[in-house]
Design a protein around this ligand. Structure first.
Ligand code: X2X
Length: 337
């Protein structure tokens, strides 16, 4: 007898299959969606995204199943961004500065020492500057950002060689930066030796001393355990960085209007909770990391800002972003250059 798919199925009793299949379809959600993140499960991004997924499931009465994939399980940021653009991934959180490879205007929040405090950060990002950036993201036609950016924090330099107190201490330091043009430009201006790489590779690059240092907020240093492979933490606070909660436009628009607005509402509500978590962590972690052996030092901003200014960092980026966007930034931060 010739073995075809049909005969194999018939002989194996697979005629029962439709019943089994329809039962499992009835149990599964109408909209199963994936969310990917580059951070460990313990970071507030993933804790709040997981909680949000549970809330969405119950409020939609099981119609939405948002599956959370932390820790680069779906690939690194560059991979996830490509997947999301082609519709192989529904949602991800991404730094605006990494998105800068695709949407240059998105990087503007990373201008060195621009935001003096969180009042300025949220004023700008929840206000006109954020609206301007999200418009540019939507102009890609394939992806979009929800309207309340999630927090990463003020970034500080860590390394295994020496405390960074003044800009000269960065000279020739092999420093990992995320893959975004503004980081490379900034650390070149400081005369360091910036090496862009995805976060997925950072722990092992530090451990094997491929690079000497990196820069991130304390919540990431702690949840990704970078303190195990870094001795010094210098409180440079050289930029504020966030995470746009982004989605593939077509996949999102496949949801009926009521579920779209449910998602939008939940992403915004979770953003506010996540911001409070990150703030609390970043404010409190110094003591904990010190107890684990990290050595902290202050790094007064003025000298670093002057170094950026004399290297032409502000005037270069002003030119790249254009007068209109720059004025929008300065509306919240005050005059920068
Ligand atoms: O890659 C990084 O350093 C991180 C985790 O901060 C970002 O996502 C930009």
């Amino acid at each position: 007898m010739k073995l075809t798919r049909r005969t194999v199925l018939a002989q194996s009793g697979a005629l029962l299959l439709p019943f089994a299949a329809s039962r499992s379809f009835a149990q599964s959600a109408e909209f199963t969606m994936k969310f990917g993140s580059n951070l460990p499960a313990a970071h507030p991004i993933n804790i709040r995204a997981t909680e949000m997924a549970a809330n969405l499931k119950s409020e939609s009465q099981g119609r939405i199943d948002l599956q959370i994939y932390p820790n680069n399980q779906l690939g690194n940021d560059t991979d996830m961004l490509s997947q999301m653009r082609i519709g192989a991934l529904d949602y991800m959180t991404l730094s605006p500065l990494i998105l800068g490879t695709l949407v240059p205007a998105a990087q503007i929040n990373g201008v060195g020492f621009a935001f003096k405090d969180y009042t300025q950060v949220w004023g700008a990002m929840d206000g006109g500057l954020g609206t301007h950036i999200r418009k540019q993201i939507a102009a890609t036609g394939t992806i979009f950002a929800f309207d309340k950016i999630w927090d990463n924090g003020y970034r500080h330099v860590t390394n295994s060689i020496r405390p960074i107190v003044k800009p000269e201490d960065l000279k020739n330091l092999k420093l990992r930066t995320p893959p975004g043009p503004m980081w490379v430009s900034m650390f070149k201006a400081f005369e360091a030796s910036p090496t862009p790489m995805n976060f997925a590779e950072v722990y092992s690059a530090l451990q094997t001393k491929v690079v000497d240092g990196q820069e991130n907020p304390l919540a990431i240093v702690s949840t990704a355990k970078l303190n195990e492979v870094q001795k010094y933490c210098s409180l440079t606070g050289h930029m504020w960085d966030g995470y746009w909660f982004m989605g593939n436009k077509k996949l999102f628009e496949r949801l009926p209007a009521d579920l779209q607005s449910m998602m939008t509402r939940h992403v915004a509500a979770s953003a506010l909770l996540q911001r409070a978590d990150v703030r609390k962590l970043n404010d409190g972690l110094q003591t904990e990391l010190k107890a684990k052996g990290m050595q902290f030092n202050e790094a007064p901003a003025d000298a670093f800002r002057d170094k950026l200014r004399s290297a032409g960092f502000y005037s270069d980026w002003h030119k790249k972003f254009g007068d209109e966007a720059w004025a929008l930034l300065e509306k919240y931060t005050g005059k920068l250059s």
